[in-house]
Design a protein around this ligand. Sequence first.
Ligand code: ARG
Ligand code: ZN
Length: 846
Amino acid sequence: MRDAAPQTIYLKDYTPFGYTVEEVHLTFDLAPSATRVTSRIRFAPTPEAVDKTFFLHGENLSLISAKIDGEAVKPNPTDQGLTCDVPNVPFTWEAEVQIDPAANTALEGLYQSNGMYCTQCEAEGFRKITYYPDRPDVMSVFTVRINGPHPVLLSNGNPVASGDGWAEWHDPWPKPAYLFALVAGELVAHRDTFETMEGRKVDLALHVRAGDEGKCAFGMQALKDSMKWDEDVYGRAYDLDVFNIVAVDDFNMGAMENKGLNIFNASAVLASPETSTDSNFERIEAIIAHEYFHNWTGNRITCRDWFQLCLKEGLTVFRDSQFTADMRSEPVKRISDVIVLRAHQFPEDQGPLAHPVRPESFQEINNFYTATVYEKGAEVIRMLKTLVGDAGYKTALDLYFERHDGDAATIEDWLAVFEEATGRDLTQFKRWYSQAGTPRVAVSDSFEDGTYTLSFAQHTPPSSATPDPQAQVIPIAVGLLSPDGDEVMPTQILELTQDSQSFSFPGLSAKPVPSILRGCSAPVELEHTPDNAFLLAHDTDPFNRWEAARNLAKASLLGTITGGTAPDGGWLDGVAGLLSDDTLDPAYRGYVFAMPGQSQLAADLHQAGTTPDPDAIWAASEVHRKALADRMADVLPDLYARHQVDAPYAPDAAQAGQRALGNTVLSLLSLLDGGDAAQAQFDGATNMTQQLAALAYLIRAGRGDAALAQFEAQWKHDRLVMDKWFGLQVIEADPDDAADTAKALTLHPDFNWKNPNRFRATLGTFSGHHAGFHAKDGSGYTLLADWLIKLDPVNPQTTARMCSAFQTWRRYDAIRQSMIGKELERIAAAPNLSRDTTEMITRIRE
Ligand code: ARG
Ligand code: ZN
């Protein structure tokens, strides 16, 4: 039961729970519509507690019985749980509740997916399993007994005993309830072992549905690589005798780090060369690492309250990005992370959903698993490391683990270890956690008597989250090149702390060319017109060299969009040169070619004071692709031939880079040969990376029908591949057809809209088709709103998340704004709209 008026929770109101939980015993008697959960929990009042209210969270529970120290009690129900009179000495609470996993379509708490039981408790799902103080600062040791007729019965920690129809688990590590997990079903295990640096032999298992056994090997290897890496780089070893991973078809997010029992969206763990692309492999490796790394940054050290979410998520994203950089290519990983940051975090930070990395209030915490908390949270840690240096970072992290192991910690605790370990005052730096908005940094320079001076001025646009932003600490990595292209000053970190500040470099014989914000050393936007053609040719920093190509592409595209000018010859020459330069990593060259996304161009136009026209942006992007294909027509066939992989498929960075570049070249070739080469690649493809890319280019060339039908016939039994089939048709549709294509797909017999992966593959992909979603007649807005209204009662979390498609609405023209405004109003007026979606729509409309 929920309050009619949603309640706002504030960071400043934090108070500890008045009781400690000494131990928790749970018994599950599984039945699809009537699962019984019996709890026996030992509570002890905290002597110093100010608030002694004994409140236990609980939602959608039928209370069968409650006892204290063996005596029946009658608790008082409240909106979101119960209160009860309890003794002022330690006592045992026992409750029996009944829940309905089969009816749980929200996929939060205990639910069923294809007949298998599984759980998702972060952030506040445990309260849908039993009455409990469901808050991250209440940590306890759990013992769990599962009774059910399933061959596989799993929970957290180590197995204690099991028999026919039951199993018992014990987790010795105190944990908050959000890390609880249970799985029961008919699953097949892919097993391996790992010996930790402390000599502990760990049994590893990846549990999947029958039929998916062939998709486990890569994930298992990624797990072992992650375990080793965390030992080598952070000195952190695993701490249980078993580590279980389960793949689930119906899951709201990517995956979840439950102690000793990680639960994954099947799409984030299952992989095979025939069914997964190279990007799928890389993403899976990163997510496995992410969840595994949470064992220390999240589980052993957890969060005091949900406002501190970035404490575990920002740090764990940063750690998984370091891992991927080590396993693959550091510059390529950095470029792809920055693309994601700019595509997802910047719009959030610059629109109505802006919030600080550590928010100060929320209505529904599930709405704050955002790009800001995750990605900007990781950027903040990256900056911290840049400022204190590698050695300072290591000392601080060692101190963090030593001091806070077993704690539910805060950002203050985190910053304190850095201050102590390095002697640095982080008072001003802390603004990165408390202020919303993307800082903008204007750059100017001068040269006189051999001294070069760089001047910076920072400005963060105010927002309702942060009406009066103050100057931040911005580490700006700068290198200087001489006019003939040699580096005269290798990278230095300039610390911008004032509103405006200058830095001088004496002893130069000529005015240098600066390379600014190398490696994207801070999540800011530069106001600066660099010498892009020069930097593209000469910069030693791979990130800024890519950035130069991107800047040239952007300027050229914006020229076409606003002034109808032809694609810039300088951009064409520069990019064509790099594409053919075999001394450069193929994966990197693939990124140098990739043009800025259409939504990004809309943001740039808006920033420059021009109302973006989605059709003009689409058209300009097409013209640019074609111009590049024409410019390179002579070399494309040979380039394509030289980037085919003869060796047996391996999902490693080297092969993936070859295929990425080969496919980039094929996309250009397809603009010239009508799709013949793409058809040949499709017909001969032996892996999904080649098959899917070829299919995309055939659709673009207007001859995809036969291949689409063939692909469907080949893969209709495979849920994850069919998600690609749904998504690809939508994203490759022409703008005029995109809404109709998506709509037609929702009528396909395999469009199971209650499955979040399928819903996202269709409607989520559609909302990412810039020109299609923003079609002039408003059909895109109506289509998405219809489906959000339909999904909300079934799955509020996934619905709320997808509302963010509307967050950029104020960028567009008055007619589009009014159409979107009406759709937002229509969603807001839907009867019984969830707290999740209500909060999102309210904030977006603000
Ligand atoms: N902690 C999980 C992860 O980052 C995500 C859980 C998200 N849960 C949610 N309710 N939004 O790996
Ligand atoms: Zn995480």
